[in-house]
Every structure is written in C-alpha cells, then in structure tokens.
Design a protein around this ligand. Structure first.
Ligand code: OOB
Length: 550
C-alpha cells in the first residue's frame, strides 16, 4: 500500500439488483468450491482427477483421493487455527499438491492469495502485509530458489503471519494426515480467493473473486472448450495464474470430470512428453511458447496426435503465428483474451477460420456488458462510445468481473466507472459478430510474453537507487516476447549509474526476475508533454529510432 492509498473494503459486492439478476439467470448457483468437489467426487470417484510429478515420479489421484486429501488438509488447517476469511499466501509451482491444498483452503473457508513462483521477497511481503495473511504455504526449493527461506523472512517481517508451511516437509505431512471433519461451508457469494492483477500502478493489486462468480466462469469455460470426462487438460503455465487455473484450466477440467495434468515446466520437451504419455487433449500457452512449440513440433518424435485444442492467450497472438499452429501441432487453435479481474473471451470451436485467426474471441456470457469508448485523456475520460468497428478502450462489467480491487478504494475510483464498468486498459475493435480484436493498450503496462509488468512498479524500484533522479519504463517491441521492458533513467547530479548496476539493484530488491528491466538507457532529461508530464510516447519513438539505427 502506498502512503497515499487508503485501504478500501475487502470486497466491493455487485449491486443487489445485478446479483439478483445473475442468480435468476442461473449464472450464480449458490455453490462453493468445497461442495463442488464433493459433488465431483460422488460423480467421478474412480476417475483420474490430478496427474503431476514430484521429484521425477508421477503422482496420480482419483477424484475420491483428491476429495479425501482436500478434506484432511482443511481439517489440518482448521486445527492450526486457520479460520474462515483468513488469508493464506500460496506460492506453489506446478506440483500435484497445488490442487488439494487449494480445495483444502476453500473448505476451511480461508482465502488463498495466489502468488506466482517467480515472485520474490518484496512481492510476497506486500501480499502478506496487505492482506494480513495468517500463513504462507510454499515449497522448500524450486528452480534454484529457496522459497522456504524467503517465506520465513517474510513471516519475520509481517506480524500477522503465524505459520510457514512447506509442502513436502514432515509438518505438512502431519497436517495432510489430519482426520477429516465437517467444517461450515462458506458463503457462496463471499470471497473465495485473491488473484493478482498485472496492474499498471505502484504495487500489484489483489482481485477478490467469489465462489459463485468464479464457478460460473469455470463452468462456462469448460463448456465452450468442449471439456468432457474423457478430456485430458494440461496446465503448462504456472497454475496459480488465471489462464491455466480457470480458462478452462485445471478447475474447468475438474468441473467436467476430466483429468488435469500439471506440467512441471512449459518447454516443448516436457510438454510433448506429457502430451504423448498422458494423451493430453487440450492445453493452453502464451504466444512465445506457442511459437517455440510450433518450431519444436517439426523435429519431435513424440506422438502429439491426442492434442485437439491449443488455447493461446495472455498476450496478442499475431495472425502469422495463429496460422502456423494448426498445421504444425495437428490441433485446433482457440484464442483466449482474459484478465484476472474477470472478463474472458474465447473464439468458439465452430467459429470460421477468419474469426479464429483474426480475433481474440467473444465474451463467455450473454450478460458480459462491453463498451468500446474513446481512449481520450485517461485523467478525464469522457467514456463516449466510438463508432462501430472503430478502435477504442474496452470497458466491461458482468457476472464474473469484479467491481473493485481488495482494499484499494483510491485506485478503484480510477479503475472503474461510476456505474461499475472495469477499465481494462486494452484497445480493441469489436467485429459485427461480437468478437473482439485486441489492437493495443492504453495502460502503462508491459506485456512480456504474457507476464505483465506495471511500469510504475519498476520505476519506483529504480527511483529507490540514490543515483536515479527519475525513471520511465516503456515497452520495446521484441520478436520473441512481443515486448520487453526498457527503463529510461535520469541520474542525480554527479551520479553515473550503469545499466548492469541498476538491473542488479532492482533484482536485489527481491522482485520477480521478469520485472528486471531488459534494457536501461541513461539520459540527461526526459521529453515532456504540453502539460509537463514525461512523454512516454516520445521515449518509445526514440527507442524505435535507436533500434532502427541498430
Ligand atoms: C490473462 O490475465 P492477466 O490478468 O495476466 O492479464 C490481462 C491482460 C489483458 O487486460 C490484456 O492486456 C492482456 O492481458 N491479454 C491479451 C490477451 N489475453 C490477455 N492481450 C492480447 N491478446 C490476448 N489474447 O492474461 C489471462 C487470463 C485468463 C485467460 C487468458 C489470459
């Protein structure tokens, strides 16, 4: 929380009139994730629910086993004193335990805060402090990082954190062996968990999602992606992210009675091996990964014939790449344009090729309201709709799009219109069919191959360096990732900070590696706009000129 930001409410609920409408139309069904798993375990008891790898061995759990594990973990957490409404920071890579731990937290009524494996000390401390989390659940080591040590350091700083649990430890083993007991079912319209926003301002914002709203998006995603009990979904991206979690993701797979395979890494070798051995039918990737898989497919000896659908999203999938996916991988492309705040758009499996290749899909719900408005001065938006077919800024509200971030009243006033539309910051064109084509962005965010970097957050880190007077972070086009980050820096008088020094400085502040600027350019002063603000437009133009010169 910045010094100027007053904490707001934990959850900005939908207005009663809208909530009544979403209930009446059957979108919200008054079910919690805990009850959902109970129903799935009854319907699909002996079918495979989760497949994953731990220390190189394959783990397979049926729906009945998953259900039992989630019950035990819930009882164990309750035994530790974790209560309904408590926040628990969760930082797990793609290991099978992710699934029963999340359902265990849901059954205990606790709210997982979904950190990504790439997050480091500074981000975790913010999540824990801002949510007053009571526990952190993580692993010991992963990808050469000592997660347990980081979690313990955060726990030492943040007084609310009473427990650090590492999956795989004896303590966690005891917890997961607790005899199951019935716990009170939480309110289905209440918050189920906090997702992270890619954001564009200072610190990552947290997104409160409810059981009712999220289950609706999961159920419809599973239907739109044609998941059936025979389907096998593979999470290749980090599963805590909204895309592999729910679009349709692991939760969509479970909702359909299908198997969810957690790939420990997203590289083509690992993914193709699992596609072959687990007979994966559907998976999802960001565009740079799709490009890498397309290349690797030309040389692979793996049998990829089970794969029917590849979802691509998180960042814009250009037409050229889109056209290569089907032929190279022998599957159908499904584009997905979503956001952790809610709205998710898919191309449909029966859409004509031109729509599948050239748009990012249409919304899940008939009750997703879309407005495409004049992207005029963001400080004083008119929110006037543009003519049909013209590019404008996308605003949305609906049955699974939040009405406010968690404890962020001041930010909410700018991020939402007075009548509750979320300002996505995306520039889109709406086709007559209702499909949206994403053509750019009006927000100060860099989309680094699907990983979102808030310009202001990195600027704040740079400005903490004594040799930096001012910093401006902009996107630089990149062939592989789509965009990378470039930090323009004005030094303080007499200081001569270098690029490598500033990059190391940001890294050592304990942030995710993807936020460390790819390029640092030291300049004497920034170009300014008519009103004296730093002109990022001119900085981007200068960068383009530099790149052209080589
Ligand atoms: C997904 O979620 P987030 O929260 O990491 O990022 C949302 C933002 C969008 O506002 C947009 O700027 C960008 O990511 N984005 C795309 C895109 N999909 C997401 N931009 C262009 N084309 C696309 N297909 O990234 C996310 C959440 C659920 C499903 C899929 C992606």
């Amino acid at each position: 929380m910045s010094a100027t930001e007053h904490p707001g409410p934990d959850h900005v609920p939908w207005p009663p009139e809208a909530a009544a409408r979403y209930r009446a139309s059957g979108h919200w069904r008054g079910q919690t994730f805990g009850r959902l798993l109970t129903a799935l375990a009854a319907a699909y008891a002996d079918r495979t629910a989760v497949v994953g790898e731990r220390a190189g061995t394959t783990v397979r759990w049926t729906y009945a086993e998953l259900d039992e594990r989630a019950h035990r973990i819930a009882a164990g957490l309750a035994g530790l004193g974790v209560k309904a409404g408590d926040r628990v920071v969760l930082q797990l890579p793609n290991i099978p335990e992710f699934v029963p731990v999340v359902f265990g937290l849901w059954r205990a009524g606790a709210w997982p805060v979904f950190a990504l494996p790439a997050h480091r000390r500074t981000e975790l401390r913010h999540f824990a402090a801002h949510t007053e989390a009571v526990a952190i659940i993580t692993v010991d080591r992963h990808d050469r990082h000592d997660h347990a040590a980081t979690a313990r350091a955060v726990a030492a700083d943040v007084r609310s954190v009473r427990h650090v649990l590492t999956v795989g430890s004896a303590e966690f083993g005891d917890l997961a062996a607790t005899p199951p007991r019935e716990l009170p079912d939480p309110d289905p319209e209440g918050v189920a968990f906090l997702q992270l926003s890619g954001g564009s301002t200072g610190v990552p914002k947290l997104i409160p999602r409810t059981h009712d709203d999220y289950i609706y998006s999961v159920r419809e995603s599973a239907r739109i992606c044609a998941l059936r009990p025979e389907s096998v979904y593979m999470a290749a991206l980090p599963v805590a992210h909204n895309f592999p979690l729910s679009s349709p993701g692991v939760l969509g797979a479970l909702h359909a009675g299908a198997a969810a395979v957690l790939a420990p890494r997203p590289d083509a070798d690992t993914a193709f091996r699992l596609i072959e051995t687990e007979r994966v039918t559907i998976t999802g990737v960001v565009p740079p990964l799709a490009a890498a898989w397309v290349q690797a497919a030309a040389r692979t000896e793996r049998d990829l014939s089970s794969l029917q659908v590849l979802l691509v999203g998180g960042a814009k999938c250009g037409r050229e790449l889109a056209e290569r996916i089907g032929p190279a991988l022998g599957c159908r492309l499904q584009q997905v344009f979503g956001m952790a705040e809610g709205l998710v758009c898919y191309t449909r499996l029966d859409d004509p090729d031109d729509i599948v290749l050239g748009t990012q899909g249409r919304p899940i719900s008939p009750d997703d309201e879309i407005r495409v408005v004049d992207p005029d001065d963001p400080a004083a938006p008119s929110d006037a709709e543009v003519a049909p077919g013209r590019v404008g800024a996308l605003l949305t509200r609906g049955p699974y799009t939040i009405r406010g971030y968690y404890r962020a009243a001041e930010h909410n006033a700018a991020a939402f219109t007075p009548d509750g539309f979320y300002r996505t910051g995306d520039l889109v064109r709406r086709h007559p069919s209702g499909h949206l084509e994403v053509v750019g962005r009006a927000k100060e965010q860099i989309n680094r191959g699907g990983e979102k970097v808030a310009a202001e957050e990195v600027e704040d880190h740079l400005m903490a360096h004594p040799g930096v007077l001012d910093a401006a972070v902009v996107a630089v086009p990149d062939e592989y990732l789509g965009e990378r980050t470039c930090a323009y820096v004005v030094p303080t008088a007499g200081a001569h900070p270098t690029g490598p020094e500033l990059r190391r400085f940001v890294r050592e502040r304990g942030v995710a590696a993807f936020k460390v600027p790819d390029l640092v350019v030291v300049v004497e002063e920034f170009p300014v706009t008519g009103v004296g603000k730093t002109s990022k437009r001119e900085l981007r133009a200068a960068l383009a000129a530099r790149t052209e010169k080589g």
